[in-house]
Design a protein around this ligand. Structure first.
Ligand code: UD1
Length: 352
């Protein structure tokens, strides 16, 4: 059984990925200091899988603490590195925090890959690396344009650091996974997205509006050059995204990669506007959302969605969940957390 270190294992995509890895026969250890997550998420993973997960509560920006994980686990055969900050707006206000946290932790992970000769590495990247693309859908060949935020810059720089690393270390193979807009929750509603403070991302804003925590949703702009004037995105179910990580690891283990550092787009391949996403939620749940049109949000990309042919062909990945599955599972999860005092407490947590 291959042992995989998942950093950010208590996070939204991390927790769903651990479930998928375990269901596919991998052994998993996690590293998460819960600076922006709750250990309850791993407890949820344990409940779903019936497997105890060892978590190292370390700050990955601390080299000695990170190094100690590898000393204790000489049999780690792969790493999936999720741990990072991801609030676009916060990154604009605190760029140094983002450089320090997102790149500092990645450097320490790369140092350990080097020292302990870890053969397989999967990096959590984002479609944000494309900036505002000249044409859509984007393929992996679409150039990385200027990042729209320091958060986006950390993903671009992270990718470039791994590409350089791959040149110097031919025995360590990497995959960069560019996520589009992850949404939805595990069908059990035992794990899901748990934003701290007020959510920024569209799907949790939709579900919190539906449940009444947010009085009214603001659509950020309806005068964009899209089919209905609102921005266009590519929502991908978090369980489909999670499974792609398992496939990416297997792809490296089986030696199917043609370069030392492969890149894959992970999106559904369908563009959906913000107004269409609202309508899809209403249709899937029968709940009317209170919303109004507001100003454009600074830094928003106008329109982006994925060409996912490469992941389909080479990883044999196929998104299985529909837009309706995304909306109904996100809603089921929102209703579940509404009754969890501990989760609500976390939501009032202050960002550091
Ligand atoms: C952004 C990043 C993405 C990152 C993600 C993590 C960019 C271009 N994209 O995604 O890489 O992985 O954050 O958090 O940096 N919207 C509303 N009202 C709301 C909330 C959102 O209209 O209350 C709209 C936004 O204007 C946007 C769309 O919904 O057009 C999606 O927004 P969001 O869910 O925040 O994701 P991105 O900005 O696409």
């Amino acid at each position: 059984m291959k042992k995989i270190l998942v950093t950010g294992g208590s996070g939204y995509i991390g927790a769903h990925t651990i479930v998928d890895l375990i269901e596919n026969g991998f052994e998993v250890i996690s590293a998460d200091n819960n600076s922006r997550s709750t250990p309850d998420m791993l407890a949820g993973v344990e409940k779903i899988t019936g497997t105890k997960i060892k978590n190292y509560k370390v700050d990955l920006c601390n080299y000695d603490e990170t190094h100690a994980i590898f000393e204790e686990n000489s049999d780690i055969s792969g790493i999936i590195h999720f741990a990072a900050y991801k609030a676009v707006g916060e990154s604009v206000e605190k760029p140094v925090l983002y450089f320090q946290n997102n790149l500092g932790s990645l450097i320490n992970i790369l140092r350990c890959i080097e020292e302990f000769h870890i053969p397989h590495f999967v990096f959590s990247s984002s479609c944000t690396v494309y900036g505002n693309p000249d044409s859509i859908p984007v393929t992996e060949e679409t150039p990385r344009k200027n990042a729209e935020s320091p958060y986006g810059l950390t993903k671009q720089m992270g990718e470039q650091m791994i590409e350089s690393f791959a040149v110097a270390h031919p025995t360590s193979k990497s995959v960069l996974l560019r996520y589009f807009n992850p949404a939805g929750a595990h069908p059990s509603a035992i794990i899901g997205e748990l934003p701290i403070d007020r959510p920024q991302n569209l799907t949790p804003v939709i579900t919190q509006t539906a449940i009444g925590k947010i009085p009214s949703l603001t659509v950020f702009g309806d005068d964009y050059p899209t089919r209905d004037g609102s921005c266009l995105r590519d929502l991908i179910h978090v369980c489909d995204l999670a499974h792609a990580h398992t496939l990416a690891l297997q792809f490296l283990i089986d030696g199917k990669n043609s370069s030392n550092c492969e890149v894959f787009n992970l999106g559904s391949g369908n563009g959906i506007t913000v107004l269409e996403a609202i309508a899809a939620f209403e249709k899937s749940t029968g709940i009317k959302l209170n919303y109004s049109i507001g100003n454009r949000r600074p830094g928003d990309v106008i329109a982006i969605y994925a060409n996912n042919d490469k992941a389909r062909k080479e990883l044999k990945w196929e998104p299985r969940n529909s837009l309706e599955d995304i909306m109904t599972s996100a809603w089921k999860w929102e209703q579940f957390i509404a009754n969890q005092p501990k989760h609500l407490e976390l939501r009032s947590h202050k960002l550091n």
